[in-house]
Design a binder for this molecule. Structure first.
Ligand code: ADP
Ligand code: MG
Length: 620
């Protein structure tokens, strides 16, 4: 037996390993199983190349739990190690890499994936680790390495066993959760689900029924294989059927609605990346589950926090990205500046845009059907990613109140003649609440205008973005003050009232109607327009909405609105104008004003009840 010290130059790193990122303790299993997979891949390669000539045999990796002995064993039938290899790889390589790793990241809590602690991560959960290993070179002896979580180790020759290694963890008293079958199963599901070599963890029992008569069934016991060594994203896209994509989605996210469509990613230059990204049904809300993309490195699960790798709007997608080229032992801030990561990000963005563009061009109808679920995603992308905007501006759709969909270009073309204002701007009229703004929508439609529906939480940002990007386009809500600019573009309607009469009427409103409105204004509108109209300054309204979105108290700013009195409406020009009784006159003005408020959904409380009382009075 040999005894030795792992390192002479530094003090004990084991206490540090033990407490290293306590929450990430569980990665020890991934590290050890990955090593087993590596050892297995190596022997498979040697065999394929004819360097290793013996029978390869079954190479299933086994995870063995022994509660009584308090051990967890990871067993592989891989290359194994000779005595000198154990010395080199465990005592020097593994140790020094673990040490490097800790030196670098002692104070870094946001390292992605925490790769690289490798073999020594075993000491986070075990107070003794034994490695029993037989090299694939038959002349080598089987050796057993033992270490008790300090720099001392022993290395001895033991009875010959089959090729491969057992890593035996004597689980420490403060980590007994790793002696629970369910916990280990959970970790295997999380980290090892798609590792490329079959992994067995105990057995499973299934009832098998011979035929319909057979009510009892028979228990059939079989190996419990925890992983799928050939995940879909590793296969060639042309060999995969639609059903396969759907069932893989189900495998990743059991019990969720089927995805709308997907993109298969596969590139090997200038970086290596494979994966499948799914478009989930998002619908009209932002309560989307983010962090549903899983990042793998050579089929080893790394993390589901991918926001440094995919642009934020793409985190709405689901699926898998596998890339050995994403540096994993680094902090998140470093990752953002990494050149490879930048390329990967723009590659993914490009692919997503291409996919949508294709769908739009080739299957417009089905694209339109999906638009409700897609729109949040596309708009979010356009608002947040310049590059995506440039592509998406061709396939982003606008919906009008009749449920028809247009591209931005199509819509501009459609409204060009009717909805260009005196400043030569195209006015995109919209409502954000079809029911509440129904009368304004109707008024606009009656004039031959088209009205869009912009009722998504992202739409405020989206419209602003379009106004900035598109030449001479402005969005105006149907109840906005600006709409009258549009109305009176080329027809100046003569007022039927004289200047003197106008002033008199205006004064009744100004003096007798108790209002906190911004301003009163007499306008000669068409006689078909309502007698009194309330409009809201577009700019102020937007400010308030923005503040509300940012979680600020919007009550800080009083709501501002304008009251426009239509001098050409009979109730103004004829009725009000000709009334003699001053009291009746101001009552009437008040009533018309309240009617306009009602139309805007702004008549509430006392105002509303007095309005109702007055109405009943009139009807009598
Ligand atoms: P890494 O896997 O990054 O090389 P590790 O600390 O995980 O670092 O492992 C160190 C080395 O120990 C490996 O490179 C490998 O040579 C050897 N090793 C670890 N586990 C096994 C195993 N199960 N079979 C054969 N060799 C192993
Ligand atoms: Mg390793």
């Amino acid at each position: 037996m040999t005894k030795g010290n792992i390192s002479v130059q530094t003090e004990n790193i084991f206490p540090i390993i033990k407490q290293f990122l306590y929450s990430d303790q569980e990665i020890f299993l991934r590290e050890l199983v990955s090593n087993a997979v590596d050892a297995t891949s190596k022997i498979q390669t040697l065999s394929r190349k004819g360097v290793f000539e013996d029978e390869l045999g079954d190479v299933t990796i086994e995870i063995i739990l022994d509660k009584e002995a308090k051990t967890l064993t990871i067993r592989d039938k891989g290359v194994g190690m000779s005595e000198s290899e154990v010395n080199k790889y465990l005592n020097q390589v593994a140790f020094s890499s673990a040490q490097d790793f800790l030196e670098k990241y002692k104070n870094e809590s946001s390292i992605i994936g925490h790769f690289g602690l490798g073999f020594y991560s075993a000491f986070m959960v075990a107070d003794r680790v034994e490695v029993v290993t037989q090299s694939h070179k038959r002349k080598e002896r089987t050796v057993k390495w033992t270490c008790e979580g300090d720099p001392k180790y022993t290395l001895e020759k033991v009875d010959k066993r089959d090729r491969g290694s057992d890593i035996i963890l004597h689980i420490s008293d403060d980590a007994t959760e790793y002696l629970e079958e369910s916990r280990i199963q959970e970790l295997l599901d999380k980290y090892c689900k798609f590792l490329p070599v079959e992994i067995k963890f105990g057995t499973k029992t299934e009832k098998v029924y011979k035929d319909e008569e057979d009510k009892e069934g028979t228990d059939v016991v079989s190996d419990n294989i925890v992983n799928n060594p050939n995940p879909l994203w590793k296969k060639a896209a042309n060999k995969i059927k639609e059903e396969d994509y759907k069932s893989f989605y189900n495998e990743l996210y059991p019990y969720s609605q089927p995805p709308m469509f997907w993109i298969h990613l596969n590139i090997d230059y200038p970086f290596n990346l494979t994966g499948v990204l799914y478009f989930p049904k998002i619908s009209n809300s932002m309560e989307v589950q983010k962090n549903k993309i899983q990042l793998y490195s050579n089929q080893v699960y790394v993390t589901d926090e991918v926001k440094e790798i995919v642009p934020e709007f793409l985190t709405l997608l689901h699926g898998v990205i596998d890339s050995p080229d994403i540096p994993l032992n680094v902090s998140r801030s470093y990752l953002q500046s990494d050149q490879n990561v930048k390329k990967i990000t723009s590659y993914i963005t490009k692919k997503v845009a291409e996919k949508l563009n294709n769908l739009f061009k080739k299957k417009r109808e089905s694209y339109e059907e999906k638009w409700k679920d897609l729109s949040v995603f596309v708009k979010y992308g356009m608002v947040s990613e310049e590059k995506f905007y440039d592509k998406a501006v061709k396939f982003a759709l606008l919906e009008n109140v009749d449920g028809k969909l247009f591209t931005i270009e199509e819509f501009r073309e459609k409204i060009k003649a009717e909805q260009t204002d005196k400043y030569d701007k195209q006015v995109f009229l919209y409502c954000n609440h079809k029911e509440e703004q129904a009368s304004y929508v109707k008024a606009a439609k009656d004039k031959g205008y088209d009205v869009l529906v912009m009722d998504n939480i992202i739409d405020n940002h989206f419209m602003q973005q379009l106004e900035q990007k598109l030449d001479k386009v402005t969005f105006v809500r149907v109840d906005s003050d600006i709409i009258s600019n549009l109305v009176q573009k080329d027809e100046t309607i003569e007022s039927v009232l004289s200047e003197k009469e106008t002033e008199k009427v205006l004064n009744i409103f100004k003096e007798k109607v108790a209002v906190d409105a911004n301003k009163f204004e007499m306008k000669a509108l068409s006689p078909d327009e309502p007698p009194v109209v309330i409009t809201k300054p577009e700019f102020m309204r937007r400010m308030t909405e923005m503040q509300r979105m940012q979680g600020m108290d919007s009550n800080m700013m009083p709501e501002m609105y304008n009251v426009i009195i239509n001098s050409n409406h009979v109730l103004i020009s004829d009725k009000l104008n000709k009334m003699r009784n001053e009291e009746k006159k101001s009552d009437f003005a008040q009533y018309l004003y309240q009617l306009a408020l009602l139309n805007q959904g702004m008549l509430k409380g006392e105002g509303l009840s007095s309005f109702v009382e007055k109405s009943i009075e009139f009807l009598k």
